[in-house]
Ligand binder design. Structure first.
Ligand code: ATP
Length: 236
């Protein structure tokens, strides 16, 4: 039996009574990378917000780490190891890299900090640098590094490639897969670079107009681009 970390059962969610995600059923197991793909406005961020209880489903239910997710439990989920890296990266331009680490590592020890810096060695010499002066790729490394300090069990990453050169994304994504495999972390990866995402994911889903229009093994979807393109650009 796979160790299911996240389970969405027929989730419908949205804003002001208007659904942006409809009837989404999805599960993520420990050590598994699931890519969530789809065009702008398809509902990917909405689905992520629902997974961490920042948005209450209008229908259906969400279970994370074996417990029902409710909106008032978001802080508990974070402590339990469910972490969302938002697409704005959640970093502060005026603070240094080191200050971000200090804020994030309430309980994390030096060994863990070293582990994170080993993953992102480019950050080591930048500890005293203000984040506003970092490149987009360095900021993204910091955002993910911060999340890793908390020893996540489930990591939800919203469009890490936003504003990054594809080359940098290409360098960073394999690290996400290694993390999932080495530490048995479940990962949901929202990504606009479809092929890059499929190349590191185990499974993928495509959302379109809030509905899941395609689901499959990443390997199979990589081999059938037409199917993915149809799901991506079809009416849904
Ligand atoms: P993108 O790739 O552009 O970020 P997405 O797939 O993440 O898109 P969502 O951000 O989940 O899509 O948006 C889904 C729908 O919900 C869109 O129609 C969007 O306009 C709407 N929406 C998103 N956030 C809000 C909000 N706070 N209030 C009202 N509607 C919203």
């Amino acid at each position: 039996m796979p160790d299911v970390l996240l389970d969405l059962d027929a989730v419908t969610a949205g804003y002001n009574g208007v659904a942006a995600v409809r009837d989404l059923t999805l599960s993520v197991s420990a050590g598994e990378v699931v890519a969530m793909l789809g065009p702008n406005g398809a509902g990917k961020t909405t689905a992520l917000l629902t997974m961490v209880g920042l948005l209450e489903p209008m229908a259906g239910s969400v279970t994370a780490l074996g417990r029902p997710v409710r909106s008032r439990h978001t802080d508990k989920l974070v402590r339990a190891g469910v972490l969302l890296v938002p697409d704005d990266r959640g970093v502060f331009a005026d603070l240094t890299v080191g200050e971000h680490f200090r804020m994030a590592r309430a309980k994390a020890d030096k060994v863990r900090l070293d582990f994170v810096l080993d993953r992102f060695p480019a950050l080591r010499p930048l500890r005293d640098r203000r984040v506003g002066l970092l490149s987009g790729g360095e900021q993204q490394m910091l955002a993910i590094g911060k999340a890793l300090l908390a020893e996540p069990k489930l990591l939800l990453i919203d469009e890490m490639s936003l504003g990054l050169a594809p080359k940098i994304v290409q360098e960073m994504l394999p690290g996400i897969r290694r993390l999932a495999k080495d530490e048995n972390v479940g990962v949901v990866l929202v990504e606009q670079h479809v092929e890059l995402a499929l190349s590191v994911a185990d499974r993928a889903i495509v959302l379109n107009h809030g509905r899941m229009v395609l689901e499959g093994a990443a390997r199979d979807l990589l081999a059938d681009r037409t199917k993915v393109q149809q799901a991506y650009f079809g009416a849904g």
